[in-house]
Design a protein around this ligand. Structure first.
Ligand code: FAD
Length: 317
């Protein structure tokens, strides 16, 4: 079922969770162990992130270096299918521009359709680890909006090969990313919102936000979107903080701010358990407030801490 249908049929705020594909060598059981404690909350859908391959330099026995391409977390499509099969829940695979040609993207979309997947979250992806700025493949997409257009076209039966025009149409519900604290490359919020509106105008059905820790930023973002005529659902993305290191890593990696109160309280903690406790209380406080304000879905980035998220959701319901 489509994310937008889940939202349209809902009488209350829904729940969804985001997971990473298991690291190569770990096996699918690692993912099931992560998801098992979350499934009692009957999430409407599970997102699965996409991780592009990386170039690494491996030392040969003669001391020279060899450039090799590795993918640490393969298999988004098949993992979505495995999750649907095991838990009978809808999934949302993330699709990115980085590392994909338009032909590979078309094939991936066709495979997703064969697997009965109704949703995709289309993203640009970040720069590859060895690049300072995002570089599209020579025959790939530059922006999420270009990838979105390819999905919209396929939904209309427009394939890359003209001869296939009007044959089987896909029917994906398409999500895109939005940034309550602005995407880090955008010169200002107005410009970032202009491009977000362009994604919606080109056919995006809903928006999922980057994590934020101050709900006022989400509400201001939703208002700015509504004021400029964006009417699609805007799903808040929430992440627990569970270590002092994250006070520096999260702003650096995701270009977001942590509120003074949260940072100060965490700095005073004497143990990891205390830090987790503060992070869980903050997440619960955010979730309660968002639910009270009628958000369509609470989307949790569970990455690494399913039990913490499960405890918060149990208290929320
Ligand atoms: P875009 O919408 O293409 O925007 C990128 C930048 O370009 C922005 O600054 C925007 O303002 C600007 N821009 C957009 N269109 C134009 C245009 N036409 N002309 C000029 N400028 C333009 N990354 C992964 O690799 N895998 C994942 O699974 C993943 N999941 C994510 C899930 C969510 C909910 C979020 C919020 C992010 C996720 N990311 C993921 C990270 C994402 O790929 C990065 O944030 C990336 O830098 C931007 O992606 P985007 O889709 O927002 O890009």
């Amino acid at each position: 079922m489509k994310v937008t249908d889940h939202i349209a049929n809902a009488k209350d705020t829904l729940l969804s969770f985001e997971v990473l594909p298991p690291l190569k060598g770990k096996g699918i059981e690692a993912l099931y162990q992560h998801l098992d404690p979350l499934m009692e909350f009957k999430p409407s859908f599970i997102n699965v992130t996409y991780h592009r391959s990386e170039h690494v330099f491996k030392k040969r026995t003669d001391g020279s270096f060899e450039k090799v391409i590795i993918r640490k977390r393969p298999g988004t499509e098949s993992i979505c299918a495995a999750i649907m099969n095991k838990y009978d829940v809808d999934t949302v695979p993330h699709l990115i521009c980085g590392g994909f040609s338009v032909n590979e993207t078309e094939d991936a979309l066709i495979n997703l359709r064969y697997l009965g997947i109704d949703n995709v979250l289309v993203l640009r992806g970040d720069a590859a680890k060895n690049e300072s700025a995002f570089e599209p493949e020579p025959d790939g997409h530059q922006y999420a909006s270009d990838l979105l257009t390819q999905v919209v076209n396929l939904n209309a039966g427009i394939y890359l090969e003209d001869e296939l025009k009007g044959t089987h149409k896909t029917d994906f519900c398409i999500g895109v990313a939005g940034y309550p604290e602005k995407h880090f490359e955008a010169p200002n919020m107005a410009t970032d919102l202009k491009y977000l509106k362009a994604k919606v105008d080109a056919g995006a059905d809903y928006i999922v936000t980057q994590m934020f820790f101050d709900n006022a930023k989400y509400y201001a973002f939703v208002k700015a979107c509504r004021d400029m005529g964006i009417t699609v659902p805007i799903i808040p993305g929430l992440k627990p903080v569970y270590s002092k290191k994250q006070l520096n890593i999260l702003p650096k990696t995701f270009h977001i701010d942590l509120p003074d109160d949260l940072a100060a309280e965490m700095m005073q903690c004497k143990s990891n358990e205390e830090v987790e406790q503060v992070g869980a209380e903050w997440l619960l406080m955010q979730s309660q407030d968002l639910k009270k304000n009628g958000v369509p879905v609470l989307h949790y980035y569970t990455l690494g801490r399913p039990m913490l998220v499960a405890d918060v959701v149990r208290k929320l319901l």
